[in-house]
Design a protein around this ligand. Structure first.
Ligand code: ZN
Length: 501
């Protein structure tokens, strides 16, 4: 037993308590809180954030962290990881002068509202000056934290995905650009179309909810340790491994809620798989944005949009929606939920074109951070890239450069993890197929062994390993984006009857 670590424990517990309370308020704001609650809640959350900041930057805590590092050999693996996370968070909070931190918090509190208005009014000029300031702050903050010779964009990427820098991502997105862009062009030029009109219509909300609950449970969401609510945009909130919450939203496209529930269940299953030993510690969450997205997209796409997944359950869906799906065969349904259609909006993109939306954002972020791109030029650059990679061109900024909230929050470096997640998933899928009768398990409705594999090799480590380390340990190979491209071109080549060059 290490004395310094023992002394650190009550501080760590306070950190976690403040964090848990903040997360619970965020959840409440998006789901149940009345509109007028916001002002008072914001004040309470502000106080909690201040307390969180004070504990982490407490002189005594710093001293204890220093001692733990000196006595590293007497710490367990989990304790070492906790100290590492605490130190990183301490540095993240401290490198930036308090005054500038406050200014930036105020700026971003305003900027999301300005962005939302600009998007609604289709007016980029009203957002441009704010965005320019946000980029300046973000770069300045990164420069405070950069190690000697480190690129600013690499500092930002580190926050979301350790082990992936510009060099690695250039290679990754290069593969997507070289192989997926021409494949997509060939597919759209083939003129083959898929009908999925039956997915839109009079799908009653109560029925969608019942179906959502059924599929959440079917893929492994545990309603004794989680709840499902409604919010404007679906998301997952994680308090600890006995309380993980998902949301969904309903409209007249039944596949939207259906697949968002399976997606969020994937996030939730990750967090539910964190062992008791790690939960409610600084390493008791999913290891990174990308690995999280790999699990959600694994459940949504690799499992949920797989023909075999529907073999045991399609009839259940038909029974619930006899009018809409009674005469639609399972084959037609599976083709429908896999329809490829290059479009302008990332969040509505199909599995094949999705990562090209992310590629565009990655290239633009790099230009903004590394090449001082003038923000005024963004709408045109955005439109040109959409035309080049996806063959569609936004007519207005609301469906172009203003569609995502991320930049208005100062989240640069976040987007790449969306595409990385899909690629991690494909690499895992390739490996798992060699280890188990994956497709047979889906056909038999036996998802347990698949989930257990993910828990055993990924979930139970929390933040003890990075995403890259996990991939290496599971598949015996470093991150390799080729699996992702092969998975997509094989699946969609077959579906559309086109071959890759
Ligand atoms: Zn997600």
């Amino acid at each position: 037993m290490n004395h310094a670590y023992e002394e650190l424990k009550p501080y760590l517990e306070r950190v976690l308590a403040f964090q848990t309370a903040k997360i619970l308020f965020e959840w409440d704001n998006e789901t149940l809180a009345p509109k007028e609650a916001e002002r008072n809640t914001t004040r309470v959350v502000g106080i909690l954030s201040g307390e969180y900041f004070s504990v982490i930057t407490d002189e005594r805590v710093k001293e204890l962290v220093r001692r733990c590092e000196e006595e590293r050999d007497s710490l367990t693996q989990v304790e070492r990881a906790v100290v590492r996370e605490l130190k990183e968070e301490m540095e993240r909070l401290e490198r930036v002068p308090k005054e500038e931190y406050r200014e930036f918090a105020e700026l971003t509190a305003r900027s999301t509202g300005i962005w939302a208005r600009a998007k609604k009014e289709n007016d980029f000029d009203s957002f441009a000056p704010v965005l320019k300031k946000i980029v300046e702050y973000t770069k300045k903050f990164a420069s405070y934290r950069a190690k000697e010779g480190q690129r600013l964009y690499d500092v930002m990427l580190y926050d979301y995905e350790k082990g992936f820098d510009v060099e690695t991502l250039d290679r990754f997105f290069g593969v997507l650009k070289e192989q997926l862009v021409p494949f997509l062009k060939k597919l759209t030029d083939s003129g083959k179309t898929i009908d999925n009109g039956f997915l839109t219509g009079d799908y009653r909300e109560e029925d969608q909810e019942a179906v959502g609950r059924f599929f959440a449970e079917y893929v492994g969401f545990d309603f004794d340790r989680g709840v499902m609510a409604v919010s404007a945009h679906p998301f997952t909130t994680n308090l600890h491994n006995k309380d993980v919450r998902i949301t969904t939203s309903y409209n007249d496209h039944v596949d939207d809620s259906l697949f968002s529930v399976i997606h969020e269940s994937g996030h939730a299953i990750y967090e539910l798989g964190i062992p008791d030993e790690l939960t409610q510690t600084l390493v008791g969450q999913g290891t990174s944005m990308g690995m999280h997205e790999s699990q959600s997209r694994f459940f949504e796409n690799i499992i949920g949009r797989n023909e075999n997944f529907w073999v045991p359950v399609y009839e259940k869906l038909q029974e619930r929606f006899p009018k809409q799906l009674g005469s639609v065969t399972m084959e037609q349904f599976v083709r429908g939920i896999n329809k490829v259609e290059p479009s302008l909006i990332r969040t509505q993109a199909d599995e094949l074109t999705y990562s090209l939306h992310v590629l565009i954002r990655y290239e633009i972020e790099k230009m903004l951070i590394e090449e001082d791109l003038d923000v005024e030029k963004l709408p045109d650059i955005w439109a040109d890239k959409y035309e080049e990679y996806l063959g569609v061109r936004p007519k207005q900024v609301s469906e172009g450069v203003l569609q995502d909230i991320h930049w208005s929050q100062g989240s640069f470096g976040y987007f790449p993890s969306y595409a990385l997640g899909s690629a991690f998933g494909a690499q895992l899928y390739h490996y798992m197929k060699g280890q188990m009768d994956f497709e047979g398990l889906l056909r038999r409705g036996d998802l347990g062994p698949i989930r257990e594999f993910l828990r055993e090799h990924i979930h139970r480590y929390g933040k003890l390993k990075t995403s890259r380390q996990i991939l290496k340990d599971v598949t015996g190979e470093d991150f390799n984006p080729q699996y992702y491209v092969d998975y997509l071109t094989e699946k969609y080549g077959k579906l559309y009857g086109v071959e890759r060059d």
